[in-house]
Ligand binder design. Structure first.
Ligand SMILES: Nc1nc2c(c(=O)[nH]1)N[C@H]1C(S)=C(S)[C@@H](COP(=O)(O)OP(=O)(O)OC[C@H]3O[C@@H](n4cnc5c(=O)[nH]c(N)nc54)[C@H](O)[C@@H]3O)O[C@H]1N2
Ligand SMILES: Nc1nc2c(c(=O)[nH]1)N[C@H]1C(S)=C(S)[C@@H](COP(=O)(O)OP(=O)(O)OC[C@H]3O[C@@H](n4cnc5c(=O)[nH]c(N)nc54)[C@H](O)[C@@H]3O)O[C@H]1N2
Ligand SMILES: [Mo]
Length: 692
């Protein structure tokens, strides 16, 4: 690891005269949003640790973020502005000054905007989840410009919109209350990999006698450590939820009082559920009827019963409906009545009254204009589209930050072709020369979380967390906020909002949170009710759970686009269902370039069940080709029981240039969208596999 040793080898680092500790927040796209304690010595970060005082973090960090200093001091950090000198996509650049880069970018953007600013597209996601570096000055800039709007769907919009349609917001249990549960369904979540701090609470519950059940097609690290694992077929969670409801109804396990008072219009759903007896459910989900019966009995008769749902289960055609159905379960059994009962998919709705997004993002700068919206999930198709009355102008410029679409967006052959367009002007704000930055005309060096100020909310707990800059920006790197301030000036934007400092933005972000407490303690808990829905009080207009949602109807099982059952003709050519969940030591595509973590993951893997491997003459450890009509991906076969028969697991998300044959798993994923929320269907994907 890239650290400096203390000046005197016999003196602990924390006793060095020039050593101090700075409070920070983990910026990554993860439900845990940890509070950090960052040790700085002689102007350099030597240690990043978890804050022992923030209950969800309790002093522990994941393997990735404990290496945050290694990532930030990486020898390959981009530390000056870069201008392309080679062909598009070649990754050949020369350093230029900030002044030259900003002047040229502004001139290019102004020329396009003079024709139609909607030909310019921002492309960003949650590379940092900070309210400032993620969604403040950048939004002001593009709103003022009148650029195309971006529909930020790539991760959670199916489940998020489904949950909001049901409960009135992205609302759920307090993380801390999972310790009180006696049954926890860990549903579509590899918590040990992607929600580690929840897992600690689940372990505590387990020690107190709770039963843990994992519902996941893959035998994950988490599934192995639960009492029971239900390995259902991908995309069939909606059917399982209906099957559980069937059992609740026929066995008289409903909390009729809770339903009568707090559920609006259960009857049509009751009828649908009655069609899902255990045998039909088992056939749809690829599990046994006894597993369905047993799970329903456990869920109905154990108190308190909690569900930790995660976004892994909504990346398929019916993801939205499945979330709506699962979100009904604790409302039908009255699980919400008790501490330790209920469900959590996302907690981000709790911050709604505390974050002033309009003040930060200033949609009023659109001044009555209504630019078209581009869905980030279909960037492959949209970059290749000509201008038309329906679509609007051809996309002529993309400004990418906090995301790397060439690696993470579905159907990458099209995304790559789009970014290779010689007539596309691309600016990428980055830490590294990612697959996307390789396609830029300009790469602008951005600071990491150690070098800038920010304020964070969370989607897995209910604390606001503050991030102080621990060290000065490295090289010529600048915070995203500063880059957009300077770009605004170069464009001639004179609105005073482009002069707000990061300190001012921090005040505007969370006006109701005591700024001194936040800065000094590093975090503040939201003042929320202890048991949010024990007596109803959902955030819907009438305070009740919504079954028949406006525009969505009564939730129902929506089968996958691509499965043996739902697309038999396609399945003759591509018989294996592929899911592509995250590798434990990467965070989406972040950290793939950190050597110590990449050496743990080894190589891009495709997990296969021994029967599927044997049928194709594939031995453990050989290189394979995973393919369908969309593309072809090279990786190594890992034959074993992590994969269930008929399903292969292509662990994500490798950098194309660090993987095999310059490809990654998104070569084969599709741009089709979910039933609700216009989200990608990464885990709804039929493939065939052959030795390479
Ligand atoms: N280490 C690590 N942590 C991460 C991330 C990461 O890449 N690496 N990603 C972060 C991000 S962006 C997010 S959105 C969050 C949550 O990110 P998620 O993507 O929800 O992460 P996982 O918890 O790994 O959930 C995926 C799990 O769902 C399973 N799954 C796939 N298809 C289905 C299905 O149809 N039904 C069911 N029941 N399960 C299915 C997968 O096998 C996997 O175990 O995690 C964050 N945390
Ligand atoms: N096949 C498949 N594809 C997937 C998924 C999957 O499970 N399977 N998961 C999907 C999900 S859930 C998500 S959320 C998306 C995530 O996709 P992305 O949002 O693209 O996430 P990352 O790949 O982590 O890339 C984030 C980038 O932001 C950069 N960055 C971080 N902080 C800053 C900053 O302060 N300033 C600037 N300028 N840059 C910064 C990082 O260096 C990194 O390159 O991927 C999706 N893609
Ligand atoms: Mo995500």
């Amino acid at each position: 690891m890239d650290t400096t040793t203390p000046a005197h080898a016999d003196m602990p680092a924390d006793m060095h005269a020039d050593t101090r500790t700075v409070r920070g927040a983990c910026p990554h796209d993860c439900p845990d949003t940890c509070a950090l304690k960052i040790t700085v010595q002689a102007g350099r970060v030597i240690k990043v640790a978890g804050d022992p005082d923030l209950p969800p973090t309790h002093g522990a960090l994941c393997s990735k973020v404990s290496r945050y200093a290694e990532r930030s001091y990486h020898p390959e950090r981009v530390l000056t502005p870069l201008k392309r000198v080679g062909p598009k996509g070649s990754g050949q650049f020369e350093p230029v000054t900030w002044a030259a880069a900003l002047a040229d970018i502004a001139q290019r953007l102004k020329a396009i905007a003079a024709r139609d600013p909607q030909a310019i597209l921002p492309y960003s996601y949650a590379g940092t989840m900070g309210l400032l570096q993620g969604e403040s000055m950048d939004r002001r800039f593009f709103h003022h410009l009148g650029a195309s709007l971006l529909d930020r769907t790539i991760c959670s919009s199916a489940g998020g919109e489904a949950l909001a349609a049901t409960y009135g917001g992205k609302l759920g249990m307090h993380l801390e209350h999972y310790t009180d549960a006696k049954l926890i369904l860990i549903w579509g979540s590899n918590s040990i990999a992607s929600n580690l701090h929840f897992w600690t609470f689940a372990q505590q519950a387990k020690r107190q006698g709770a039963k843990l059940v994992c519902i996941d097609p893959r035998r994950t690290e988490t599934a192995e450590k639960c009492h029971q694992h239900l390995a259902l077929q991908p995309g069939t969670d909606g059917a399982l939820a209906l099957g559980l409801m069937h059992q609740l109804i026929v066995n008289g396990w409903l909390d009729e009082d809770y339903i009568a008072r707090h559920v609006d219009g259960f009857e049509p759903l009751r009828e649908k559920a009655l069609a899902w007896d255990p045998e039909r459910t088992a056939a749809a989900c690829g599990v046994s009827a006894d597993e369905v019966r047993g799970l329903a009995r456990d869920y109905a008769t154990t108190r308190p019963a909690a569900i930790r749902l995660n976004y892994g289960m909504q990346r398929c055609h019916g993801g939205g409906n499945a979330v709506r159905l699962i979100a009904m379960l604790p409302c039908l059994t009255g699980a919400w009545r008790q501490q330790g009962g209920g469900l959590l998919l996302s907690a981000s709705g709790w911050f709604r009254g505390f974050v002033d997004a309009a003040a930060l993002q200033r949609p009023d700068l659109l001044a009555g204009r209504r630019p078209r919206t581009i869905n980030m999930a279909s960037i492959g198709d949209d970059l290749l589209r000509a201008g038309s009355p329906a679509f609007g102008p051809k996309i002529e410029a993309v400004v990418v930050y906090n995301s790397t679409p060439v690696a993470v967006a579905p159907e990458s052959p099209k995304v790559v072709a789009g970014f290779q367009r010689e007539d596309l002007f691309t600016v990428v704000l980055e830490h590294f020369l990612t697959d996307t930055a390789d396609h830029a005309d300009y790469v602008l060096p951005a600071t990491t979380q150690l070098e800038h100020l920010d304020v964070h909310t969370s989607y897995g707990h209910t604390y606001v967390v503050f991030n102080h800059a621990a060290v000065a920006p490295m090289g010529e790197a600048k915070p995203n906020t500063q880059i957009f301030r300077e770009l605004a000036a170069a464009m001639g934007f004179t609105d005073p909002c482009f002069s707000d400092s990061d300190e001012q933005l921090a005040h505007q972000a969370v006006p109701a949170i005591d700024p001194d407490a936040l800065r000094e303690q590093g975090w503040v808990k939201l003042p929320l009710p202890a048991l949010p829905f024990a007596d109803g009080g959902f955030m819907t207009p009438h305070g009740k759970v919504v079954v028949n949602a406006p525009g969505l109807g009564v939730p129902d099982y929506v089968p996958p686009y691509e499965s043996v059952a739902s697309a038999p003709a396609l399945a003759q050519r591509y018989p294996l269902a592929m899911i592509s969940p995250p590798a434990r030591h990467f965070l989406n595509s972040s950290f793939v370039n950190v050597k110590s973590l990449r050496s743990i993951e080894g190589e891009p893997l495709l997990e296969m069940h021994p029967d599927d491997a044997a049928a194709r003459g594939i031995a453990d450890g050989v290189m394979v080709r995973v393919f369908n009509d969309r593309g072809s991906y090279h990786c190594k076969a890992a034959v074993g029981v992590r994969a269930r028969p008929g399903v292969v697991n292509g662990l994500g998300v490798w950098w194309r240039k660090l993987g095999a044959a310059g490809t990654n798993v998104n070569e084969v994923t599709s741009q089709r969208l979910t039933d609700i929320g216009r989200a990608p269907t990464f885990y709804d994907c039929l493939v065939e596999v052959a030795p390479a």
